[in-house]
Ligand binder design. Structure first.
Ligand code: C2O
Ligand code: CU
Ligand code: CU
Length: 434
């Protein structure tokens, strides 16, 4: 495996049904009939051509390649919708060094949140030609989504509360299932790619009965492995782990409490949800090769030529139907006709994301990966514990996050809060790279 070549596939977005409750079907939206959509695995150096068929009744859609270094006009922007019933081909090359845990989801204007919570999202793993992580660890994607079911088995529409806080469901699913089970031999190590593909749920996670090591983030491997007791994934973030199962019995991955700021009543219980159960056999399995001490070099982005400041705020306004929340960047709501920032390809920029709102907002930028260099809250400045490539970073309420980035390709790129209801209500802008 691993010979670069042409990777071709077809993704059809269409209505489907899923069995979440024992006795009734739930209407969903699915890529190729499944939710999450099919796992796409391609190699660095590959040319990718994916035909998208939009068979969602009466709705535009797109496929956005979240986190991937694709040309702007192939990135499924809201400015490039695919009409209901239409097809288009997305084509791009996967550059050397682009190995990482990406994903794909719709991005049509005003409909992203709904199409995603109804089931449209899938993982896109770009594999390295020479991977330092032992193949014996396997490679497993765990995609977390969030499900809410009405009594009749359907998925209810978003309420006012969902629009304000982002939609949080009643169940966190893993690859479309409630609390799936894995079986491993004692002593096994497993490479797990965790994806937060929920609209708005913050996942602070810990393993009970197994030891976690972080080996990668949104945009691929770290410089070196980092042992971790817990991990935090805000919506759209990913992490790559090596998990060691050295104790026979049961290991569980469960949520811990995290207060991300909640408006009004109905804050969901965050802690104590078991997402995954692993049965570890008493008989030891084959001996596992060790994880290398160095994974790959990450060069720090150098001194910035430009600096920018983005301020997140929330507003309340009265309109004909009552109070309406607005989610703004630098005082403005998203406008598809307006370019908010003009940047130059190849130039390093410092972005300062300031959250003056009452909720955490995970910041995401298309087209490139960035490096977080500093976080500031309550006058305290902290450096991140390790250098990493990221495309989404949580900006907690009252926090300022500073990051370095460099866009290499021209064209229009979106940046937005990845609580998808906030993106829908205006917390998005357009970066034009020249
Ligand atoms: Cu995952 Cu603009 O989004
Ligand atoms: Cu994206
Ligand atoms: Cu937000």
């Amino acid at each position: 495996a691993g010979q670069p070549g042409l990777f071709k596939a077809k993704l059809t977005a269409a209505p489907a049904t899923a069995r979440f409750a024992a006795d009734r079907d739930t209407p969903i939206l699915a890529y190729n009939g499944t939710s999450p959509g099919p796992l796409i695995e391609a190699y660095e150096g590959d040319r990718v051509e994916i035909t998208f068929a939009n068979r969602i009744e009466g709705e535009q859609s797109t496929i956005h390649w979240h986190g991937m270094p694709v040309p702007a006009d192939q990135d499924g922007n809201p400015m490039d919708p695919v009409a209901a019933g239409a097809d288009r081909v997305y084509g791009f090359e996967l550059p050397e060094g682009s190995a990482g845990s990406y994903w794909y989801h719709p991005h049509p204007h005003g409909k992203t949140a709904e199409q995603v919570y109804r089931g449209l999202a899938g993982a896109f793993v770009v594999k390295a030609k020479a991977d330092p992580v032992p193949a014996a660890y396997g490679d497993t994607v765990l995609m977390f989504t969030d499900l809410r079911l009405a009594a009749d088995g359907s998925m209810p529409d978003n309420t006012m509360n969902d629009l304000m806080n982002g939609r949080v469901g009643d169940h966190v699913l893993v690859n479309g299932q409630k609390n799936p089970r894995l079986t491993v031999a004692m002593g096994a190590k497993r490479r797990l790619r965790l994806y937060n593909a929920t609209n708005a749920r913050f996942l602070r996670l810990a393993f009970d009965g197994a030891a976690m090591t972080i080996i990668g983030t949104d945009g691929g491997l770290l410089g070196k492995p980092v042992a971790a007791d817990e991990i935090m994934l805000s919506p759209a973030e990913r992490v790559e782990l090596v998990v060691a199962f050295d104790r026979a019995g049961t290991a569980t991955l469960a949520t811990l409490d995290y207060d991300r700021g909640w408006m009004g009543p109905g804050r969901p219980a965050d802690a104590g949800l078991t997402l995954l159960t692993v049965d570890v056999s008493k008989t030891p399995g084959e001996a596992m090769p060790p994880l290398p001490e160095r994974l790959r070099p990450i060069a720090p982005l150098g001194a910035p030529a430009v600096s920018r400041r983005l301020v997140f705020t929330e507003t309340m306004a009265m309109n004909a139907t009552g109070m309406e929340m607005g989610f703004l960047i630098n005082g403005k709501a998203f406008d598809m006709e307006r370019v908010d920032i003009v940047a130059r390809a190849g130039e390093t920029e410092l972005w300062e994301i300031v959250n003056q709102a009452d909720m955490d907002h995970p910041f995401h930028l298309h087209g490139t990966q960035f490096q977080v260099i500093e976080r500031e809250r309550g006058g305290k400045v902290a450096k991140p514990p390790y250098l990493a490539w990221k495309d989404t970073v949580n900006v907690a309420r009252g926090e300022t996050v500073r990051l370095l980035l460099r866009q290499e390709r021209p064209g229009q790129r979106m940046y937005h809060c990845h609580i998808l209801e906030h993106e829908q209500l205006g917390m998005m802008g357009i970066l034009d790279v020249e």
